[in-house]
Design a protein around this ligand. Structure first.
Ligand SMILES: *[C@@H]1O[C@H](CO)[C@@H](O)[C@H](O)[C@H]1NC(C)=O
Ligand SMILES: *[C@@H]1O[C@H](CO)[C@@H](O)[C@H](O)[C@H]1NC(C)=O
Ligand SMILES: *[C@@H]1O[C@H](CO)[C@@H](O)[C@H](O)[C@H]1NC(C)=O
Length: 321
């Protein structure tokens, strides 16, 4: 931690600040949680095969819902109601993407993801949606493969988007062959979860290692999507990826209340060309502050290069904190 740059610490600070205790945790669930599949039999079943359309919001959310439900037993020793499950981070981020319009078709050639059209549709042209695929489908399929979801590896398949099919993978075996390192990191995480002596901190290290591995070269893979966004939004997307590496390095616990609170600091809508933090009038003080901190953090990051972050990340991940 001592190696974190000042602005990295400011940002991390924003993400550890107020931890108001919600009176009812179900108020913090992401949008359409109740309507999302909570068990495999809620998905389409054909010849004993579960077929999931990850390009429909509540189905992608359903993968998180099953994952959270089935991993709850590993976190019950740390708190009640599954609040301490560190997989909430990914799930709530996806909810934030949905509610801020980031999963909709940014080219506006279709009504995919808009209230006027199919609001549940997730657009393959959305940079956020494409990157999130690697943080939803991969962790889910690796969990299937590790046996903790109670179905066998050849029983689950995901439907492809209507274009760029080669950029994604759809089942356990094809994800292992296309993205072996990312899948292995998730597998290690689930193996660690199942070890009886597992500590919270070590679970967190494995989670962040898998998270960072999933992001590696992934944002760049979909950079062609940035033509559909304002320069501010495209930069925010890139800067957010950098910031996530700092959050990983600081081993921020991605539990439910904490992530819910910190997401209040993230932009509540897609940024337009004229948005300049800290002067965005329809954003809160905190949202303006976080955007400004991101800006400074990313400039510092560019100056110091990736080596510093990688170094402190490795120190944190490998040490016993
Ligand atoms: C929490 O909210 C849910 C849904 O709104 C409701 O069914 C439940 O009774 C509430 N629980 C408490 C303890 O208030
Ligand atoms: C998991 O799902 C089952 C069935 O839907 C439900 O009864 C149970 O309360 C859930 N567990 C948690 C921790 O959410
Ligand atoms: C992203 O970071 C760069 C510096 O690397 C900065 O110029 C830009 O304003 C930032 N944009 C946003 C939206 O945070």
């Amino acid at each position: 931690m001592a190696f974190l740059s000042f602005w990295g610490q400011v940002l991390v600070g924003c993400f550890t600040a107020s931890l108001a205790r919600a009176s009812n945790l179900s108020d913090l669930y992401p949008p359409l949680w109740e309507e999302s599949p909570g068990q495999f039999s809620d998905f389409h079943v054909e010849n004993n095969m579960y077929i999931i359309d990850a390009w429909v919001y509540h189905e992608r959310m359903g993968m998180y819902k099953i994952l959270l439900n089935q991993t709850a037993r590993y976190f019950s020793k740390f708190g009640s109601e599954n609040e301490q499950n560190i997989l909430w981070g990914l799930c709530l981020q996806h909810g934030w993407q949905y509610s801020t319009g980031r999963l909709a078709d940014p080219s506006r050639r279709t009504h995919c993801g808009y209230a006027s059209g199919d609001h549940l549709c997730i657009s393959v042209d959305s940079w956020w949606a494409d990157v999130n695929y690697f943080l939803s489908a991969l962790p889910f399929l690796a969990a299937v493969d590790s046996g903790i979801l109670g179905v066998s590896s050849d029983q689950v398949t995901l439907l492809p988007p209507f274009k760029d099919q080669m950029k994604f993978c759809y089942d356990v075996s094809s994800c292992h062959s296309s993205f072996p390192e990312k899948m292995n990191k998730w597998t290690l995480f689930y193996q660690y979860l199942q070890s009886p002596s597992g500590s919270f901190d070590a679970m967190l290290k494995h989670l962040w290692a898998a998270h960072i591995s999933s992001l590696e070269n992934t944002g760049e893979r979909f950079e062609d999507r940035f033509i559909y966004y304002s320069k501010s939004e495209a930069e925010f997307g890139k800067n957010w990826t950098v910031a996530v590496e700092y959050l990983a390095a600081a081993l921020i616990p991605t539990t439910m209340v904490r992530v819910h609170e910190s997401q209040k600091g993230l932009p509540p809508r897609i940024l337009v060309e004229t948005d300049v933090a800290p002067f965005i009038s329809d954003f809160t003080y905190l949202q303006n502050m976080v955007l400004s901190a991101l800006d400074i953090l990313c400039s510092v990051d560019q100056l110091t290069g990736k080596d510093l972050k990688r170094m402190l990340y490795n120190i944190n991940i490998m040490s016993n904190r």
